[in-house]
Ligand binder design. Structure first.
Ligand SMILES: *[C@@H]1O[C@H](CO)[C@@H](O)[C@H](O)[C@H]1NC(C)=O
Ligand SMILES: *[C@@H]1O[C@H](CO)[C@@H](O)[C@H](O)[C@H]1NC(C)=O
Ligand SMILES: *[C@@H]1O[C@H](CO)[C@@H](O)[C@H](O)[C@H]1NC(C)=O
Ligand SMILES: *[C@@H]1O[C@H](CO)[C@@H](O)[C@H](O)[C@H]1NC(C)=O
Ligand SMILES: *[C@@H]1O[C@H](CO)[C@@H](O)[C@H](O)[C@H]1NC(C)=O
Ligand SMILES: *[C@@H]1O[C@H](CO)[C@@H](O)[C@H](O)[C@H]1NC(C)=O
Ligand SMILES: *[C@@H]1O[C@H](CO)[C@@H](O)[C@H](O)[C@H]1NC(C)=O
Ligand SMILES: *[C@@H]1O[C@H](CO)[C@@H](O)[C@H](O)[C@H]1NC(C)=O
Ligand SMILES: *[C@@H]1O[C@H](CO)[C@@H](O)[C@H](O)[C@H]1NC(C)=O
Ligand SMILES: *[C@@H]1O[C@H](CO)[C@@H](O)[C@H](O)[C@H]1NC(C)=O
Ligand SMILES: *[C@@H]1O[C@H](CO)[C@@H](O)[C@H](O)[C@H]1NC(C)=O
Length: 568
């Protein structure tokens, strides 16, 4: 309180005309009407409350914007300036918020502009508590010892609700992880009886390699031709892609490619890219090997996101897409295999990240994520949940979420493939026609466990079992939807290559195209259900389902749907 009074007094002296407002701001009677803006009932796993917070807090307010058109027009991509014209906060918002801050003596406020506009300022913790009618605490993330100042509930003036979206630090905790991966060593043993089928090598029932994917999904092995065509592969939380592992992988599994094929590396937030067997990261190696090794000849860039994030609790999720959005020519595809549980974010924060995906999609970048590996219990298996846990960003309507399959002839849904319905984002119109029949057939089953008007995910699926990679010089086999995302991203990139060659716009925001061309996909109608939360989960069914989406992609059919001639 002491510091807050001091600022108020200095404010009285320096800002005479604000005298009345200051008195009002700090008196219970004169206080503005407040509305709870964000709150959470539960602290996410692995966090504990501890000691008092630091005396000074750096606060960032993200300001609301007008929305980008719901479905950026297919084939009509917007420039950075055009997108910005939709996402800039109005000067009315900036003025309304800075006026309120001035009532608390906060005048040294920076306006920063990225996709959204942000106001940033430092205040004593007591002022922060007064401003937001809350009490900040210090929390510790037990596994890492990392400390965070957060609250479980804060308010803003009712009159400002339409101007402020997210406040950081607030009620969101920093959490991200690879989208679940299980790694096994040694030769796979088949758990399905598969025979040679339509030109697919029987060994693909045990082990998935780039060649298996070429045969299964009709992916060409001929190199891409367009030097402007790029895939961005972000890596984070200590996973680094290794050149030596890529080389060994290509020598072994793509002997037709130059084994010196490499990937570019860029850095944000103090990222690094150490090389050496001790630095191998399964997730980063998988993501790089199944883009470089499947999108033959496409320029792949590994973007290493370091720990010095500027996006608060989003820990790099916003920084990476703001970074790409800020480019004059952003990469046409981003493949990212990291995620959260949706409930770990507040709705406002999930919305903030999702709206930047929308902005980047409008610029012409296809954003592709694995759906998560916890079945109906989200990014990670959870048997104690009492409601289904959708994964993030699977629930965001502006990304393409890729679930997991295994085997072939027929290809089957796998049990860990995350899917369901967002608790935060409403179902977008592009998927209404596909999702409605599934819900109708499901009837009352699982009523109350999920919100049936939410955005359904995944959108599609691809192989996710026994995917062979090289990491730390060793051959290992990966299970996870982290495999599925890069595989599909590579296919999209190879379609883009032909679109660029034909002088046509790239696919960009994909989902309206996918749902309008369901013939691209092989419908997955059998397999394991995605059990979780003590239930049997959803089944793969005829048509869209929340475990394999529309099905698995076929490259030749993608070309036809994109209006391109078949490859020779
Ligand atoms: C991956 O899936 C296969 C079944 O396809 C299973 O045999 C294997 O044990 C799984 N690996 C791990 C590490 O869970
Ligand atoms: C099938 O795959 C195995 C293992 O990768 C390989 O040794 C064999 O040559 C392949 N057979 C054909 C016909 O491609
Ligand atoms: C890869 O090797 C080929 C042939 O040895 C060479 O021409 C090419 O420049 C090399 N590329 C890179 C990126 O080192
Ligand atoms: C990232 O932050 C750490 C700790 O504050 C600092 O030591 C390091 O220099 C920073 N790295 C970069 C590249 O800014
Ligand atoms: C890949 O793209 C980056 C960024 O546009 C560029 O700097 C680099 O030269 C490209 N690499 C190749 C091999 O074309
Ligand atoms: C965007 O690019 C401009 C200039 O190229 C740079 O000054 C700015 O920091 C960048 N912003 C972000 C969010 O990367
Ligand atoms: C599992 O679900 C329960 C109930 O929703 C939740 O409290 C717990 O934190 C979840 N565990 C993880 C690891 O997400
Ligand atoms: C999937 O099935 C395997 C083998 O039965 C089991 O070990 C694993 O926990 C299951 N995973 C999920 C997410 O249900
Ligand atoms: C269900 O989702 C819709 C759309 O996102 C939302 O308007 C509604 O409030 C949600 N219902 C519940 C009970 O959460
Ligand atoms: C998808 O098809 C519908 C009609 O079925 C059409 O109105 C819509 O514009 C199409 N969207 C795209 C992205 O092609
Ligand atoms: C999934 O299929 C099994 C076997 O046919 C059936 O018993 C179960 O009720 C189905 N589950 C759902 C949610 O439809």
């Amino acid at each position: 309180m002491g510091l807050s009074l001091l600022t108020a007094i200095s404010c009285l002296v320096s800002l005479g005309p604000l005298l009345l407002q200051n008195v009002h701001a700090n008196s219970p009677l004169g206080r503005r009407a407040m509305t709870v803006h964000e709150s959470r009932a539960e602290i996410p796993p692995h966090y504990a409350r501890e000691g008092p917070p630091t005396p000074i807090l750096l606060l960032t307010f993200a300001l609301y914007d007008v929305s980008v058109p719901a479905s950026p027009l297919y084939g009509k991509h917007l420039s950075q300036e055009e997108v910005k014209s939709y996402t800039s906060a109005s000067s009315e918002s900036v003025n309304a918020v800075t006026e309120w801050l001035a009532e608390f003596g906060v005048t040294d406020v920076q306006l920063e502009t990225a996709v959204h506009d942000y106001l940033t300022f430092s205040v004593p913790i007591s002022t922060a508590n007064d401003l937001l009618d809350t009490e900040f605490h210090s929390f510790v993330h037990i596994p890492t010892g990392k400390r965070a100042i957060r609250t479980t509930r804060y308010s803003i003036p009712t009159a400002l609700v339409s101007h402020i979206s997210v406040i950081h630090p607030g009620t969101s905790f920093d959490l991200a992880k690879p989208l679940g991966i299980t790694v096994s060593y040694g030769k796979r043993t088949s758990d399905v009886s598969a025979s040679e089928w339509s030109g697919v090598n029987a060994s693909c029932a045990d082990t998935i390699t780039p060649e298996c994917l070429q045969d299964l999904y009709d992916i060409p092995s001929t190199p891409a031709t367009q030097s402007t065509n790029r895939i961005a592969v972000p890596g984070m939380i200590g996973y680094y892609a290794q050149n030596a592992d890529l080389q060994a992988f290509l020598e072994r599994l793509r002997p037709d490619m130059p084994s010196n094929t490499t990937f570019g590396v860029e850095f944000i937030d103090g990222g690094i890219s150490p090389q050496g067997p001790g630095e191998a990261g399964y997730e980063a190696n998988l993501d790089i090997q199944y883009t470089v090794g499947v999108a033959t000849g496409v320029n792949v860039t590994f973007i290493s996101i370091g720990p010095n994030n500027t996006d608060g609790a989003a820990i790099g999720f916003l920084d990476i897409v703001e970074y790409l959005y800020n480019m004059t020519n952003p990469p046409q595809v981003m493949s990212m295999s990291y995620g959260y549980e949706e409930w770990w974010l507040t709705p406002a924060q999930a919305n903030q990240i999702c709206s930047v995906y929308m902005a980047l999609g409008a610029r012409g970048t296809s954003l592709i994520f694995g759906s998560g590996d916890g079945g109906v219990s989200g990014a990670e298996r959870n048997d104690t949940c009492t409601e289904f846990l959708p994964a993030f960003p699977g629930g965001c309507p502006y990304i393409t979420s890729v679930g997991g399959t295994f085997s072939f002839n027929p290809e089957l849904s796998t049990n860990f493939s995350s899917g369901g319905f967002s608790g935060y984002f409403a179902r977008p119109s592009y998927q209404e026609q596909a999702v409605a029949p599934f819900l109708e057939n499901l009837g009352d089953t699982y009523a109350g466990l999920f919100n049936s008007s939410g955005r359904g995910f995944p959108d599609i699926a691809a192989q996710a079992h026994n995917v062979e990679i090289v990491t730390g010089g060793e051959t290992v086999f990966i299970n996870g939807t982290s495999c599925s995302g890069p595989i599909f991203a590579s296919m999209v990139s190879l379609v883009n290559d032909r679109l660029i060659a034909a002088g046509k716009p790239v696919l960009g925001f994909l989902n309206p195209f996918l749902y309008n061309n369901t013939q691209i996909f092989t419908d997955i109608t059998a397999g394991l259900p995605n059990a979780g939360c003590g239930t049997g989960g959803f089944n793969a069914t005829v048509g869209w389902d929340p475990i394999t989406g529309l099905g698995t992609p076929n490259f030749k059919k993608m070309l036809a749907a994109a209006g391109l001639p078949a490859d020779d």
